[in-house]
Design a protein around this ligand. Structure first.
Ligand SMILES: Cc1cc2nc3c(=O)[nH]c(=O)nc-3n(C[C@H](O)[C@H](O)[C@H](O)COP(=O)(O)O)c2cc1C
Length: 285
């Protein structure tokens, strides 16, 4: 078995996951002198396609962590759109300084179910989509060094697999099985903050450029009137972050209370954690 190309596959509403998997993929491709391609399945048009891989490919597969797991609207996409056909894979999640809980183990399991062979995995800290006051500007320089170091570890693993010619066991990662329910967001009073139905509001300076319509992963923003949210809102913050007029915002009290709670309680710098397929846990200190 010989890996011939590197692919990155990602859902990334606000760009963190994209940046992390790209850095991993490009570093591996450069070090192994292989071709490199990206599959971005964030936007609705990409949800109509299906994606097949081969045993000559190594796929770096990334999603953000939402409520301690793979985002619940992304899970069916992963289950339905991707066929590994014995490709090798590296599950990667990014999280906003609270915790990745069971997202990495969930992603690993889904990839294995889809006939990928997972050989390494990583959970990386990235600025929280809800506020720039959590994991501010991460991944920073030292995170990027760790991410590049992880990519080089993957190169060594691939070389080892190619030499031995054996498919390793699924990579061991941190997490609980069976996968427990989603993390319950809390407010500043420590009680559950219920903001499932919250949707972004629109300020009067909106000039109807329609960018928010184009960047919504759920295709939920009305193109005639972008202040109307017709479909599901996953609170990903793509419209808020990408609006050139800063015209989109959330004012739901439960949502704001949760963000405040996160800012109060999760200021310590969370660590990136990596796992490789020798059956042992390897956390970056
Ligand atoms: C709806 C939602 C839920 C989130 N839940 C968590 C969480 O449980 N733990 C955490 O540390 N970060 C959480 N985050 C932060 C994201 O995981 C983080 O910002 C991620 O890097 C976003 O990835 P993206 O830029 O690729 O969309 C959440 C973000 C959103 C939008």
């Amino acid at each position: 078995m010989k890996i011939q190309s590197i692919k990155t596959v990602y859902f990334s509403a606000t760009g963190n996951t994209k940046n992390v998997v790209k850095l991993i993929g490009e570093t591996i491709a450069r070090n192994m002198n292989l071709s490199y391609k990206e599959i971005d399945f964030t936007l609705p048009q990409a949800h109509k396609d299906s994606y097949e891989f081969t045993k000559e490919e190594l796929v770096i597969f990334g999603t953000p962590v939402y409520a301690g797991r793979v985002p619940n609207k992304v899970l069916p996409m992963i289950q339905g759109l991707f066929q590994g056909n014995d490709a090798f894979a590296v599950p990667v999640v990014t999280f906003g300084n609270r915790n990745y809980d069971n997202a990495l183990i969930e992603l690993r399991n889904e990839l294995e179910n889809n006939h990928f062979h997972t050989i390494a995995a990583g959970a990386f800290v990235a600025q929280h989509a809800f506020t720039d006051q959590l994991a501010t500007m991460r991944p920073g320089k030292s995170d990027q060094e760790e991410i590049r170091g992880f990519a080089k570890r993957i190169v060594t693993i691939v070389e080892m697999i190619q030499t031995l010619g054996e498919i390793p066991k699924p990579v061991h990662v941190k997490g609980i099985e069976p996968i427990p329910p989603y993390y319950t967001p809390l407010g500043i009073d420590g009680k559950p903050a219920k903001f499932l139905k919250a949707k972004p509001k629109t300020k009067s300076n909106c000039d109807h450029c329609d960018l928010c319509v184009k960047v919504c992963p759920m295709g939920s923003i009305n193109s005639e009137d972008p202040s109307k949210i017709d479909g599901i809102c996953i609170k990903c913050q793509a419209c808020v972050k990408k609006c050139p007029k800063q015209a989109k915002y959330f004012d739901d009290p439960a949502f704001l209370s949760h963000v405040e709670m996160l800012k109060r309680n999760y200021q310590r710098a969370a660590k990136n954690e990596i796992f490789v397929s020798d059956g042992r846990e390897n956390e970056i200190q």
